[in-house]
Design a protein around this ligand. Sequence first.
Ligand SMILES: Nc1ncnc2c1ncn2[C@@H]1O[C@H](COP(=O)(O)OP(=O)(O)OP(=O)(O)O)[C@@H](O)[C@H]1O
Ligand SMILES: [Mg+2]
Length: 141
Amino acid sequence: MRTAKSEIITHSPEDTRELAKELASNLKPPKLIALFGELGAGKTTFVQGFAEYFGIKTVRSPSFTLINEYKNSVKIYHVDLYRIEDAGELYPAGFFDLIQDKNAFVLVEWPEKIQDVVKFDVMVYIFHLDELSRKIKFQFI
Ligand SMILES: Nc1ncnc2c1ncn2[C@@H]1O[C@H](COP(=O)(O)OP(=O)(O)OP(=O)(O)O)[C@@H](O)[C@H]1O
Ligand SMILES: [Mg+2]
């Protein structure tokens, strides 16, 4: 399993999606997954691959919607916290209810905004190396 290694270099968006599928194939819900990485690092690309493993091919960035929900054999909540200033803003959006959902994977972009108030099960760190290369590290709590 590549995700058990300390770090992997991907060389294309497709490569990152494949790696995310590998992670998906090794996890059972519920899981709260943090995706760290700067703007354009590949966090949404990673979620696309993760969801594709469960037959979901329609993942788009939730930058404006805050939370996107997908359902197939599992539920996937894709959360983008870029625009929030305070974890309190997540109560009306239902975030703290959905992280209790036993059938769901919750993948969070910009997790540093809520790291003090929730406990993530898996941390994914994506580093931009050059135009098509990313270094990806996994940490399982
Ligand atoms: N190896 C790679 N892995 C992932 N994405 C890559 C890679 N090489 C190039 N890219 C490109 O980098 C961009 C990553 O965009 P993406 O929306 O996934 O980033 P993001 O981290 O979600 O950004 P944001 O913080 O704006 O939401 C895409 O245009 C993708 O095609
Ligand atoms: Mg994104």
